[in-house]
Write a protein that binds this ligand. Structure first.
Ligand SMILES: [Zn+2]
Length: 116
């Protein structure tokens, strides 16, 4: 084995170690799931489907037709990491979209008149 192969092998091991460490880090794993889910429901982009805003810290999953009263007692999570995990495990069911928090609040005002 020559010097270049040894250096290359060491880099591969470092890359592999970093990847494994990142995968084992719960925060990294949660962020990876969130990004995958938001990208899927963002029509292939990590962005709000209404305005295109793309800061992941201010993106969320919107129930397109709202939360049905029966869903309040359902085991389906309503938001956050539990919802992201459920959407991924359930094969990305329809009825959801990625919105930024501004568009989500505006939609709530327009659709449900809940803030008047
Ligand atoms: Zn938006």
């Amino acid at each position: 084995m020559n010097t270049l192969n040894i250096i290359s092998d060491r880099r591969n091991i470092q890359d592999l170690t970093s990847a494994v460490t990142a995968h084992q880090d719960p925060k990294s794993h949660k962020l990876a799931v969130k990004i995958d889910v938001l990208t899927h429901y963002g029509e292939g982009k990590l962005a709000c489907v209404k305005c295109g805003f793309s800061d992941v810290r201010a993106l969320c999953i919107d129930h397109i037709n709202g939360v049905e009263p029966t869903e309040f007692c359902s085991p389906i999570p309503r938001g956050g990491v539990p919802l992201y995990n459920w959407l991924m495990r359930d094969g990305f069911p329809s009825g959801y979209q990625t919105l930024c928090f501004n568009c989500n609040i505006i939609k709530a005002h327009v659709d449900y008149d809940c803030y008047k």
